[in-house]
Each structure stands twice: as C-alpha cells, then as structure tokens.
Ligand binder design. Structure first.
Ligand code: HEC
Length: 160
C-alpha cells in the first residue's frame, strides 16, 4: 500500500517536471521574452566624456517626467506635444535649455509642424537638467551632443 503511494507520487512529480520543462522550451515563449516591449524607452546611451551614472539619471528623469508628454521614444503627439526625436529645434542648445529652465509656450515650429502649447518649467537642478538633455541629445535617433551643468547655470543666470 505504502509502496503504491510512493510510486504514484513519483510518477506525478515526473509528469509535472516534464510539463514545466516542456513549456519553457516552447519557441513562442522565448520569442516573446527577446522582443522589447513597445512601451519601453530606448536603452541608456553611452557618451564619451559623460559618466554612465549621469546618463542613467538622464533616462530616469526622462521616463518619470518628460515621457508623459513627449512619449516613450520622443515621438511626441501630433498637434499636441512636439517630437524630441530628430527635432530640428534641438539645433539651438541655448534655446532648448531656456525652454526647460523657464518653460515654453506660444507658437513654435518643429520639423515643419506647428505647435502652440504650454510646457511648464522643468522642476530640476542644473545637474539633472544637463543629464536629461544629454540623454535626449543622444537618444531617439538624435545626432548627439553634451549639455553641461555649467551651460544650464549660465542660461538660468541670464534670466528670461
Ligand atoms: C506637461 C507636458 C510636458 C512635459 C512634462 C515636458 N514637455 Fe517639453 N514640451 C511640451 C510642449 C507642449 C512643448 C511645446 C510648447 C509650445 O508649443 O510652445 C514642449 C517643447 C519642448 C522642446 C522644444 C520643441 C521640441 O520638440 O524640440 C523640447 C526640447 C522639450 N520640450 C524637451 C522636454 C524635456 C527634455 C522634458 C523633460 C525634462 C520635457 N520637455 C517635459 C510639453 C512638455
């Protein structure tokens, strides 16, 4: 009687283990795991001369703050939030820093499309703004570039 029970248990465990192992090997599952989720932002870029922690911080600020409006891959929302991805507005660094430090409103044109919204001043210090802007300049297909805390401080000091 006891031997019979042990036999049944061993058999049950064996079947269970097989079922688990089998499902792990299903190609459908491994495919899913290797595909990045659509909602995810880009990876942290590596920028020569910028500490990896600074880029991490930049991405963290982007994901927790800027992403709400400018979206996960900086594509924005047509007619509402302008894109940061390949934005020609980024060419003028001082103007960009000014927009973040003091906010931006009124009509602007980005990549030939008109926007007329309101961006509030970003509630971050010079170091954090430099980090998030350097992250933006090196993400979303943008051409690169570095924004330093000193540059942000200078724009802040010059005033509106
Ligand atoms: C509450 C929504 C909101 C948030 C949050 C926000 N923005 Fe904006 N941003 C806007 C709007 C709206 C405009 C356009 C303002 C206008 O039409 O004058 C804009 C414009 C810009 C521009 C200039 C135009 C362009 O697309 O190149 C840049 C650069 C920018 N934002 C970067 C950022 C960064 C970086 C952050 C995070 C630190 C951020 N924004 C957070 C709404 C937002």
């Amino acid at each position: 009687m006891r031997l019979y029970r042990i036999l049944v248990e061993v058999l049950f465990l064996g079947v269970f283990a097989l079922a688990c192992g089998g499902s792990e090997e299903k190609p459908a599952n491994s495919e899913k795991a290797s595909q990045p989720s659509v909602a995810q932002s880009e990876a942290v870029p590596t920028v020569a001369g910028v500490a990896p922690q600074t880029m991490q911080r930049g991405k963290q600020i982007y994901d927790s703050y800027c992403k709400t409006c400018h979206q996960a891959n900086g594509q924005g929302i047509p007619g509402v939030y302008p894109p940061l991805a390949k934005s020609d507005y980024l060419q003028d660094k001082r103007k960009v820093i000014h927009a973040l430090v003091f906010g931006l409103s009124g009509p602007i044109t980005v990549n030939g499309k008109k926007f007329n919204g309101v961006m509030p001043p970003a509630p971050y210090n010079d170091q954090d703004l430099a980090a998030v802007l350097t992250y933006v300049y090196n993400s979303f297909g943008n051409p690169g570039g570095i924004v330093t805390p000193e540059e942000v401080a200078a724009v802040r000091k010059a005033g509106k």
